[in-house]
Design a protein around this ligand. Structure first.
Ligand SMILES: Nc1ncnc2c1ncn2[C@@H]1O[C@H](COP(=O)(O)OP(=O)(O)OP(=O)(O)O)[C@@H](O)[C@H]1O
Length: 315
């Protein structure tokens, strides 16, 4: 594993506000890290410190081995950054804007031409290259921002809410693009759209009140849900009360609740265990006919709420 981003005990205080309060994690090549957290959790502030736009109160950031404080130019050369809202010069065309960014990145001649063409192609903006940015739709403006971020083919990509405000088709396209680039880059994406956790990320860090509350795979995050491995069953001709009484007598069952959309029940296993096979055999051995049965993976919205609200917070 090639470590590309190393963050240690990173903190940023604005007066009394501890926006980021001792955050430690690293990201390797091939990882797409979904940086999750509610509004005001400290995601943007962390990203701004990684990219060198904000100076930390405490802690260190290294990108591709370069320290952001002592070697900021090398850090900026290694990073493609899509800030929140994807600001760009509104009266420029994408072509003019990307050429300008290429100049700033020190690209010249054929290399510059190739870089602009390749970024435009990847971000799928080749057909709007000569239209002023201010006349483009929100989705296309974001794509121009993306093209800007990947122009110099950086080993590290940092994107602040890349799909924010896009329609479902545009979201799909941006996610596809990020997936295509994932293999040879280290990518951090901040989002509060939980479906993106599965669509794009192979790792999640969840932050609340400036501190890390979770660091693991999307599957591990889902497994924290009380619905993880819960089994929903309906049985023909059997009252839900009788079904509940029967399954609750089984060793691995922690409890049940009625489903409100069909004549069935949800069965919670003890300790999140896999009980589907045993359960279906026991129900059938009772002479009952299973009409429908499915297993839940877990609910990210519930896990998110549990990890990011403190006891006593308003719902
Ligand atoms: N320049 C600043 N001056 C004072 N406080 C700030 C400043 N920037 C951020 N904060 C505060 O720091 C905290 C973290 O903000 P940050 O923007 O990093 O959160 P976030 O997780 O990115 O939120 P969102 O999802 O809403 O973008 C918030 O309480 C915010 O008000």
């Amino acid at each position: 594993m090639t470590l590309r981003i190393e963050i240690e005990d990173l903190a940023k205080h604005f007066g009394e506000i501890k926006a980021v309060d001792g955050v430690t994690f690293s990201v390797s090549k091939g990882e797409v890290l979904g940086f999750l957290g509610p509004n005001g959790a400290g995601k943007s502030t962390t990203m701004k410190m990684i990219t060198g736009f904000l100076t930390p109160t405490r802690g260190t950031v290294r990108v591709c081995g370069y320290d952001v404080l002592t070697d900021p130019i090398s850090v900026k050369a290694s990073i493609g950054y899509l800030p929140e809202g994807a600001p760009a010069y509104a009266d420029m065309t994408p072509e003019g804007f990307l050429k300008f960014i290429a100049d700033v990145r020190g690209l010249r001649g054929a290399e510059k031409k190739r870089a602009v063409a390749s970024a435009a192609e990847k971000a799928r903006i080749t057909h709007v290259m000569f239209q002023p940015i201010e006349t483009l739709s929100k989705g296309y403006k974001r794509r121009v921002g993306l093209a800007q971020a990947i122009l110099h083919n950086p080993p590290v990509l940092i994107m602040d809410e890349p799909t924010d405000g896009l329609d479902p088709n545009q979201k799909y396209e941006v996610r596809t693009l990020i997936n295509e680039m994932a293999e040879d880059k280290a990518i951090i994406i901040s989002t509060h759209i939980l479906e993106e956790v599965h669509a794009m990320c192979n790792r999640n860090v969840l932050i609340a009140n400036g501190k890390i509350e979770f660091d693991g795979t999307p599957h591990e995050l889902e497994a924290l849900s009380r619905y993880h491995n819960a089994v929903c069953v309906s049985v023909g001709g059997v009252e839900t009360d009788a079904l509940s009484r029967f399954v609750e007598s089984l060793d691995d069952v922690a409890g049940t609740e009625p489903l409100n959309f069909n004549n069935g029940i949800r069965i919670f296993p003890k300790g999140g265990k896999q009980i589907t096979l045993e359960l279906s055999e026991r129900i059938r051995s009772n002479g009952w006919q299973i009409e429908s049965l499915y297993v839940e993976n877990g609910r990210l919205d519930e896990v998110f709420r549990t990890l990011t609200t403190r006891p006593g917070d308003a719902a």
